[in-house]
Design a protein around this ligand. Structure first.
Ligand code: KG4
Ligand code: ZN
Length: 361
């Protein structure tokens, strides 16, 4: 099976070809990601209209390059898989329409993919993980814990009731005058900081409700910064370090709950695993905290390479392969309309306000 994947749900224009032959490990034949960060940096965040236009300009060339890199012709491809949601609708339209055009012209099937499913299944592409496993998705638009039970079979166990974690990093950076994107800059500043200087709240810690919350933490950061303004470099470093410590601590509490629930829900699982995905998974303090926690709880900690943790098209191509293999591709196709909101788990009740402010999935 050879599938061409296309991803345009936020500010990365991406195309990739992934191959699966029999029982052999899947192969990423090409994986091209063009980031639009520079185009949005001046605005301190992703501007949807700029993103959509940039996708229009770049996508044809990116698809061509992904095919060329893979060494295959369009004729060798079995299907086209494109992100059809959730995300910024302008970008989704560009990606899905392009995919429909290519699929129609080449006479290939078209598979509409949920971007979150791409993240959810990546660990099977990189690590050959078996179902079920637990996924912590921490990106600019989503903060969720999902039980991944099978292709198309996801249970959302926790989500944010306000801001996404990446969003909290980005807003903290903005408040402190650090450049966009905020996450990596907060992490960098924190290295020289004293994590014990500010006692920021650990939102939801100990709560029986399994969800996340970060807006109170953001407010606490703002209040601390305002109280000691103007800020020296050391003040900024101390705030960043204290913020990161609060986040890691809050995450550990929520994840700990989910690990215990997983043990109860899937008692027969011989090798339980926690997978992390999303840009925030790049954070070393967070990663180290989760690693320690998994070791203590007897879970394998799986962190796919960062290139495949952040937005990319290989995960979309792979989700296409998983769906083709399961005979689950036919429900999609040419009639599919992009969905700016598209929860993976349609049973768990949507959280009012959650994820709405984040552009990214
Ligand atoms: O997965 P991603 O590249 O895009 C989506 O949101 O889908 O995630 C981007 C988010 C941004 O909010 C960024 O600030 C955050 O991930 N991020 C980080 C780090 N690197 C990226 N947050 C904390 N620490 C980092 N090192
Ligand atoms: Zn994403």
């Amino acid at each position: 099976m050879r599938v061409l994947g296309i991803e345009t749900s936020c500010d990365e224009t991406a195309a990739s070809v992934v191959a699966l032959d029999g029982d052999a490990a899947p192969k990423i034949l090409s994986n091209i990601v063009l980031s639009q960060i520079e185009e949005h940096a001046a605005f301190g965040g992703v501007v949807p209209e700029i993103a959509a236009r940039a996708h229009v300009e770049a996508l044809d060339g990116i698809v061509e390059a992904a095919l060329a890199d893979s060494g295959l012709d369009l004729a060798d491809i079995d299907a086209i898989a494109a992100t059809a949601g959730p995300g910024l609708v302008g970008g989704l339209i560009v990606g899905l329409m392009t995919a429909k055009a290519i699929a129609a012209a080449a006479g290939k099937p078209l598979i509409a993919i949920n971007h979150l499913e791409g993240h959810a299944l990546t660990a099977r592409l990189t690590d050959g993980l078996d179902f079920p496993y637990l996924l912590l998705l921490v990106s600019g638009g989503h903060t969720q814990i999902l039980a991944v039970r099978g292709v198309g079979d996801y249970q959302r166990w926790a989500t944010t009731i306000d801001d996404a974690l990446g969003e909290a990093f980005d807003k903290t950076a903005k408040m402190l005058g650090l450049p966009y994107p905020g996450g990596p800059n907060v992490e960098k500043a924190a290295q020289a900081g004293n994590a014990a200087r500010f006692a920021f709240p650990r939102p939801m810690k100990g709560s029986a409700q399994p969800d996340f919350s970060f807006s109170g933490l953001k407010t606490a950061v703002r209040q601390a910064a305002t109280a000691i303004a103007p800020l020296s470099d050391q003040d900024v470093a101390d705030i960043c370090a204290s913020f990161q410590a609060a986040v890691a601590d809050a995450l550990a509490d929520r994840v700990g709950r989910a690990l215990a629930r997983f043990r109860e829900a899937f008692p027969g699982t011989r090798n339980p695993a926690l997978v992390v995905a999303g840009g925030v998974a790049a954070n070393r303090t967070i990663k180290a905290t989760l690693e320690r926690q998994c070791a203590e709880a007897g879970f394998t900690f799986v962190a796919p390479p960062l290139k495949l943790c952040t937005d990319n098209a290989a995960m979309i191509a792979w989700a296409g392969i998983e769906r083709l293999r399961e005979g689950m591709a036919q429900e999609n196709g040419f009639d599919f309309v992009p969905r700016s909101r598209w929860p993976l788990d349609s049973i768990s009740t949507p959280m009012v306000g959650s994820g709405r402010r984040g552009a990214k999935a």
